[in-house]
Design a protein. Structure first.
Length: 440
C-alpha cells in the first residue's frame, strides 16, 4: 500500500514524540531480531523504559525512515486503542480523545491528511500546556501575594523591634563613649609612666654597657695570658719531640748501616742461600718419590678427584682451565653468565684449599659485548681476543711457563690435550675437575 506523500513542515511536538517513542519501545517484544532495523537491534534485550532512555533518538529516526517498523508500531497502537485508531483512519478523531494520543496515532498510521491531524493535535497540546503553565503562574502569583502580605506584617513587627533596639544601642553607645574617655585618660597616665620607666631603663643600660666594657677588657687580658701559656707549653712539647726524634733517627741510621753492611758483605763473598739442612747429611736409604709424569699418567687414566689433588700439591703448580669446555660438560642448560659464575665460585674454593695458581680461560668469540666481572680471589680470568680461540690462548699460557714447572690443563678437547702435552703440560679431563668441585 502506497502512503500519501505528506510530510511535516516542523518537528513533532515533544510530548507527541515521547509518546511515539514509548509505543516503539513496547513494539520490540513482538518483533524478532531480523524484523528490527539494524540500528535498533542493540536495544532488543533492553526493557521498554531503558530502550526509551538510551535508544530514543535512534527509534525516532527509524520511525521516520523505516515504513515496516512504523507499521509494526502502528499495530501496537491499534491494539492498545482500537477505537481511536479507527477514528483517526476515518479522519474524524473522537472529540474527547487526548490530542497527544491523536497525533501519535496519526503519525504512525499515516491516513490522508495526517499532517493536519498532527499539527492540530500539536497546537492543542501546546495550548493545553500554555493553559497549565498559566494556571501554574496564577497559583504561584497567589502564593507570592500571600507571602508578601505575611512579610509586610512581619516587617512591621521587625521595624518596631529595630526601633527599640536602636534606642537601646544609642544608650549603650553613650555609655561606651564615657568609658572610652575614661580609658583615654588612663592611657595618657600610662604613657607618662612608660616614658619615666624608659628613662630609668636607659640609665640601667648605660651602667650595664660600662660594666660589660670593663669585663671584656679583663677577658681579653686573661685570653692573652692563656695564649702565652699555651705557646710556652707547645714550645716545650716541640723541644721534647725533637729530642726524641733525633735519638730515633740515630738508632734507625745505625740499624740501616748494619743491614747494608751485611748485604754488601753477602754480595762481595757471593754467598748462596743455604739449601743444605743438617738432616740431609745423614746417610740413609730414601724411598723413591713420584714425579709429575707419574701423577699425570694416573690422571689421564682415571676419574678419581684425588689424582687432581696430587697434581695441584706439586710445588708451584699452575692449573689452566678451558672454561666453556668444563661448564658445557657439567651444566650445559644454564646461561653462559651463570655457567661462568658457578665455575669461578668452585675454582675459588679449590684455590683456597690447595694454594695453587689458577687461570680460567673463556672463548671471547661467544660474547656479544665485553664482560664486566670481578674475578674471585685466587682465580685469574682471561677471555680470548677477537679472532683468537680459547684453545690458542691456552697454548700461549703453557708456552709462557718455564720448563719444569708443573702445569695442569683441564680440557676434554683432544687437540688441546695433545698440543699442551707437547709443550710439557699435563692434560686432564673436564669430568675430573667437575668431580673434584662437587666435593667442595
Amino acid at each position: 500500500m502506497s502512503e500519501p506523500a505528506e510530510t511535516l513542515d516542523r518537528p513533532l511536538p515533544e510530548r507527541v514524540r515521547g509518546r511515539v517513542i514509548a509505543l516503539a519501545g513496547e513494539a520490540f517484544d513482538g518483533l524478532t531480531l531480523a524484523d528490527l532495523p539494524p540500528p535498533l537491534r542493540q536495544y532488543a534485550r533492553f526493557t521498554p523504559s531503558r530502550r526509551v532512555k538510551f535508544g530514543g533518538s535512534a527509534m525516532a529516526a527509524a520511525l521516520e525512515s523505516d515504513t515496516f517498523f512504523r507499521h509494526r508500531v502502528g499495530a501496537v497502537q491499534r491494539a492498545v486503542q482500537p477505537e481511536l485508531a479507527d477514528a483517526v483512519e476515518r479522519g474524524a478523531p473522537l472529540p474527547a480523545a487526548d490530542p497527544v494520543e491523536v497525533a501519535a496515532a496519526a503519525f504512525l498510521l499515516r491516513p490522508t491528511g495526517w499532517t493536519k491531524l498532527v499539527a492540530a493535535a500539536g497546537e492543542e497540546a501546546q495550548r493545553a500546556q500554555e493553559e497549565r503553565a498559566g494556571q501554574e503562574r496564577e497559583r504561584e502569583l497567589s502564593e507570592l501575594r500571600e507571602e508578601l502580605a505575611r512579610l509586610r506584617e512581619s516587617t512591621k513587627g521587625e521595624q518596631e523591634r529595630s526601633r527599640h533596639e536602636l534606642e537601646s544601642a544609642r544608650r549603650e553607645t553613650d555609655a561606651v563613649h564615657r568609658k572610652l574617655r575614661s580609658a583615654l585618660a588612663d592611657v595618657r597616665r600610662g604613657e607618662a609612666a612608660t616614658r619615666k620607666a624608659r628613662a630609668e631603663l636607659d640609665e640601667v643600660r648605660a651602667a650595664a654597657a660600662s660594666a660589660k666594657a670593663v669585663a671584656d677588657a679583663e677577658a681579653r687580658r686573661l685570653r692573652a695570658r692563656l695564649a702565652e701559656a699555651e705557646s710556652a707549653l707547645e714550645a716545650n712539647r716541640k723541644s721534647v719531640r725533637e729530642g726524641r726524634g733525633i735519638e730515633e733517627t740515630r738508632l734507625r741510621l745505625l740499624l740501616d748501616t748494619v743491614l747494608d753492611a751485611a748485604q754488601g758483605l753477602r754480595r762481595e763473598l757471593a754467598l748462596p742461600p743455604a739449601r743444605l739442612r743438617p738432616a740431609q747429611t745423614v746417610d740413609a736409604v730414601r724411598p723413591g718419590e713420584p714425579g709429575p709424569q707419574d701423577i699425570a699418567r694416573r690422571a689421564l687414566s682415571g676419574d678419581d678427584p684425588a689424582l687432581l689433588d696430587q697434581l695441584l700439591a706439586l710445588p708451584q703448580a699452575h692449573l689452566v682451565v678451558d672454561g666453556y669446555n668444563v661448564t658445557k660438560t657439567g651444566y650445559p642448560t644454564m646461561p653462559l653468565e651463570k655457567q661462568r659464575v658457578r665455575l669461578m665460585g668452585g675454582l675459588a674454593v679449590l684455590a683456597a684449599q690447595t694454594g695453587a695458581e689458577m687461570t680460567c680461560v673463556f672463548d671471547g668469540a661467544e660474547l656479544a659485548a665485553p664482560v664486566l666481572l670481578t674475578p674471585p680471589r685466587g682465580v685469574r680470568v682471561l677471555f680470548s681476543r677477537p679472532g683468537e680461540t680459547a684453545d690458542e690462548l691456552i697454548r700461549q699460557l703453557v708456552r709462557a711457563e718455564p720448563p719444569g714447572r708443573p702445569v695442569v690443563v683441564v680440557s676434554t678437547d683432544r687437540e688441546v690435550a695433545d698440543g699442551v702435552a707437547k709443550s710439557g703440560a699435563w692434560p686432564v679431563r673436564s669430568t675430573l675437575l667437575l668431580n673434584r668441585l662437587s666435593r667442595t
